[in-house]
Design a protein around this ligand. Sequence first.
Ligand SMILES: [Zn+2]
Length: 126
Amino acid sequence: MARQAVIRSVPGAASGQGTTERAFTGEYWDTKTQGTYRCAGCGEELFSSDTKFESESGWPSFFQPLDPSTIEEKEDKTFGMVRTEIKCAKCGGHLGHVFDDGPNPTGLRYCINSASLDLDEAEPSG
Ligand SMILES: [Zn+2]
């Protein structure tokens, strides 16, 4: 039982990101292991480690999904601002939010809860 329980809605959280997971506490925020990140709810392949980058947000961040059709976007007006919530298109599970301040080539930042992901580690090749 090394992992701490995910704490929801932290009073006074300074980030304003409004994700359900505290920054820097998730399993994958600084993971550099190669592999495919799957939906924790249904196993759908969502992101590749090739598109993961260090955003300094404390959450796993990707600039591009494996296949845009696996991601469902929804306008989220909670916390007094308009953001784009992203969900798994297959099972509807909440993944995180997408922001438009990411790196090239997409300029997007998919900010995902570690708890929403399962890393399928790639076999070392060659
Ligand atoms: Zn899913």
